[in-house]
Write a protein that binds this ligand. Structure first.
Ligand code: SF4
Ligand code: SF4
Length: 424
């Protein structure tokens, strides 16, 4: 059996991980897309000056109830705007002003209650539950897992990246509900078992085990990226394991048991430009600028990253709304970020040692940079999941992960482009 690769990352979760989750209220305004990106026809169902309650649908989407976005607040529609979101691309959005009044009761999604398979799926669809691990609607995943088979479900709270502790914050406040959400997913998918995987200190592990049961908690390895958040000897070597984020599990529990839409995110706000690093719960659509202001960000942070430092994407603007899939927000001063000094590869082999996909990042990088596209095909760039471990360890500061991902995205088109150029 081959040795597992990966890196040990710095632990920068304090002090956010130690503090209780702060619920940000009196937000003032949220900006929400009518629908998540889709090719289907989107018909807005709200107009200027309409009053909305949490859970009010903003549109109808032909054949795709899971693409509909619901209001996350009590408020009044005050306009419309187009935005370019770093995670979702171009979005047509509704602007909702939220006066500081008593929130109206939430709109219940249809048919609450029964625990049938049909209802679990309908609740996930109607509530608009999105898996924060990848931004995919949970209902699509449930259908796929049921159709193609799923042996074991993992509620994934591992988050071994340096800053994130939003999964822990979700569990700390709602462990029992998250566990029931994972159980509902396992029931729907036809899995024979489930657990929640996390990477916790001994005291946190004990307190969580008391709440959900020792057998329902799996302590993952702290090496990054996580190998597999299951014990293969227990679940079987060939068992198909399906992972889902704990915020999505909680949202499913609330949809099925309480008829509530998925309207809030828990995210870690941290970085040296943030005076009060903490986990916050905010309605979807809250602007990043407002969150940073509440957490005491310095005047002009030099870097803003949506996501953690290994896999997050930088954003040039704070004027973007929080949407599902965002679980970490980092703001850094220039002093904190190493200037990138790039040198030619010295052949140290570190990138190969850490690559858990067994790739040769330096070789893909070299061939890509030298436009030897025809030779990239044999290097399996498609197996790269963009974990960033190779870039992290490279002493020459090479952007290996970005290049391997680019080679993966381009796939065979690289070769076609090359042929076209040669023909011209
Ligand atoms: S980013 Fe891709 S190539 Fe680099 S270590 Fe991760 S899986 Fe391997
Ligand atoms: S880690 Fe960097 S310097 Fe070392 S072999 Fe890989 S690309 Fe070259």
């Amino acid at each position: 059996m081959s040795r597992y690769r990966g890196v040990r990352l710095a632990f920068e979760k304090k002090p956010a991980i130690l503090l209780p989750t702060a619920e940000l209220t009196d937000i003032g305004q949220v900006v929400l897309p009518y629908a998540y990106p889709t090719d289907a026809e989107v018909r807005p169902t709200v107009s200027l000056y309409d009053t909305l309650r949490p859970g009010s649908p903003l549109s109808e989407v032909e054949g795709e109830p899971f693409s509909v976005v619901r209001s996350s607040v009590t408020g009044v529609v005050s306009g419309e705007k187009e935005i370019s979101h770093p995670l979702y691309g171009e979005l047509r959005c509704v602007v909702i002003d939220c006066p500081p009044e008593t929130p109206a009761p939430e709109v219940e999604i249809s048919g609450a209650g029964a625990d049938t398979l049909d209802y679990i799926l309908t609740a996930a669809e109607e509530a608009g539950v999105i898996d924060e691990l990848d931004g995919v609607p949970l209902s699509l995943k449930l259908q796929e897992w049921r159709e193609t088979g799923c042996d074991f479900v993992v509620g994934d709270a591992v988050e071994v990246q340096p800053y994130s502790s939003s999964a822990w914050a979700t569990l700390r406040g709602n462990a029992e509900q998250v566990a029931e959400g994972v159980s509902l997913i396992a029931t729907y998918a036809g899995a024979s078992g489930w657990h929640i995987a996390a990477c916790l200190s001994a005291s946190r592990r004990r307190s969580l085990a008391l709440r959900i049961g020792k057998k329902r908690l799996f302590q993952a390895d702290s090496r990054y990226p996580v190998r597999e958040p299951v014990n293969r000897r227990a679940v079987g070597k060939r068992a198909k394991v399906c992972r889902v984020g704990v915020q999505a599990c909680l949202a499913l529990y609330r949809a099925v048991r309480m008829g509530r839409a998925h309207t809030h995110a828990i995210l870690t706000v941290a970085g040296d430009a943030v005076k009060q690093p903490q986990n916050v719960m905010v309605p979807f659509g809250t602007s990043v600028q407002e969150i940073l202001r509440r957490c005491g960000v310095c005047d002009d942070p030099s870097y803003l990253i949506l996501g953690d430092s290994m896999t997050g994407v930088t954003s040039v603007t704070q004027d973007i709304p929080v949407l599902p899939g965002m679980t970490c927000l980092l703001a850094f001063t220039a002093a904190q970020v190493r200037p990138t000094v790039t040198r030619a590869c010295i052949g140290c082999g570190r990138c190969v040692k850490v690559c858990h996909a067994g790739l040769l990042p330096f070789e893909i990088h070299r061939r890509y940079e030298n436009m030897h596209y025809e030779r990239i095909a044999s290097l399996a760039a498609a197996d790269c999941d963009g974990c960033g471990a190779c870039s992290y360890v490279c002493p020459c500061g090479l952007e290996l992960a970005a290049v391997v991902q680019e080679a993966k995205r381009s796939g065979n088109t690289l070769l076609l482009d090359l042929e076209e150029d040669t023909d011209a």
